[in-house]
Design a protein around this ligand. Structure first.
Ligand code: SAM
Length: 367
């Protein structure tokens, strides 16, 4: 009998294949019959949006409109599919703020503009061009990544912390509001922080990037609450995650590589620690936006649930979940949202609108 030598002969699967297997196992249960279409979209070319740079003097808006793009924020249609009006019951241990009941509506900054090609149109954007001062006209990013920035609802004079900021797409969107009194930008990776600095210099005039307006650091964000607690009006916690689309498409720098298994398994704990630090950094009455680009329940809802519980039990901080359904109603024609999430909202990829995944949940500090 010939002995099979598995260890020596079995081909090593590339990380992208390991990611597909992992997602098939977990998301087919989590998303049920939605998974095959979400899977197909995630394995297809993603769609971008062009975040307009208000600091640039070139005619990007006119040019992009001439190509058929629309600003999905200001030119949104009012009709939203009726399925988005339905929502399952909230869990009893989590208090939801019903914006409708409170009469409190999300106010969208008129300065954040993002152009997209219409549904089903997969035209690619040309690279942005610099104006006479060298500032680029737009920044290409997943248009759904703007939703956490819009949901953060930055108001005039706010102090804002962007805890995991690099390479800086959301930072740039927050700066477009031109409402922030002081912006604290942090990312623990020194090389990625350098990239972020380059992005800022390509898009924002020097006089906006002074020490009075802005601070850039490379600290471990999990320690932020110990350094600067009860301080910020708004905190964005855009955590490292399994970056599902990247994991499916690129073998380089893939978190499903065998040598990164430990790092991948530790992600939910790191995410929890970052969110708790962000909660501590916010002032009482302040708001925190948690976001990821994964579909994983363990990295999304479970992290938020744990954070709400631990903030209350360990730090005596009581939080309220802010209802983001208004945002979902506003942008239901541009993005596909996951139905029946009891905590937060999630954009799920779809072939006709291939943005996301983006999960977001907003918390308000009551104490
Ligand atoms: N917000 C960014 C944007 O819009 O361009 C994307 C952020 S990315 C999803 C997550 C970031 O978290 C990475 O740049 C990573 O370097 C950073 N990170 C990982 N661990 C961290 C930690 N302990 N503290 C702060 N940042 C961390």
């Amino acid at each position: 009998r010939v002995k099979e030598k598995w260890a020596a002969t079995r081909p090593k699967l590339p990380p992208t294949r390991l990611a597909v297997h992992h997602f098939d196992a977990t998301y087919s249960t989590q998303l049920g019959q939605l998974w095959p279409s979400v899977r197909l979209a995630m394995l297809s070319e993603r769609k971008y949006g062009a975040l307009l740079n208000n600091f640039s003097h070139n005619a990007a808006l006119t040019e992009l409109k001439a190509q058929g793009c629309v600003d999905f924020i200001s030119e949104r249609e009012k009709d939203v599919p009726s399925c988005l009006e339905e929502k399952s019951e909230e869990p009893s241990d989590v208090s939801m703020k019903s914006s409708d009941a409170d009469g409190e509506q999300l106010s969208l900054s008129p300065n954040i503009k993002c152009l997209v090609f219409p549904r089903g149109d997969v035209t690619r954007f040309k690279p942005a061009r610099p104006d006479k001062n060298g500032l680029l006209g737009y920044y290409l990013m997943d248009a759904a990544s703007l939703l956490p920035c819009l949901a953060l609802d930055v108001q005039e004079g706010h102090s804002v912390l962007d805890l995991c900021a690099a390479p800086g797409g959301k930072t740039l969107a927050l700066l477009q509001t031109q409402a922030i009194r002081f912006l604290c930008i942090n990312d623990s990776s020194v090389s990625r922080t350098l990239r972020l600095r380059k992005v800022l210099h390509s898009y924002v005039p020097k006089h906006f990037l002074t020490n009075e307006n802005l601070r850039i650091t490379s600290f471990d964000g999990t320690k932020w609450g110990e350094i600067e607690s009860n301080t910020f009006d708004r905190v964005l916690v855009d955590v490292p995650c399994t970056t599902d689309r990247h994991s499916l498409m690129e073998d380089d720098n893939n978190i499903f590589s065998k040598n990164r298994t430990g790092e991948r398994r530790r992600l939910p704990q790191l995410q929890l620690e970052l969110l708790l630090a962000g909660i501590q950094a916010a002032c009482p009455g302040g708001e925190i936006l948690y976001s990821t680009c994964t579909l994983s329940q363990n990295q999304n809802l479970s992290v938020v649930e744990q954070a709400i519980y631990q903030a209350r039990e360990k730090d005596g901080i009581h939080l309220q979940v802010v209802d983001l359904r208004p945002l979902m109603r506003m942008f239901g024609n541009t993005f596909h949202f996951a139905p029946d999430l009891h905590l937060g909202e999630m954009v799920i990829p779809h072939l006709a609108a291939n943005f996301g995944p983006i999960y977001m949940c907003k918390l308000k500090r009551l104490t």
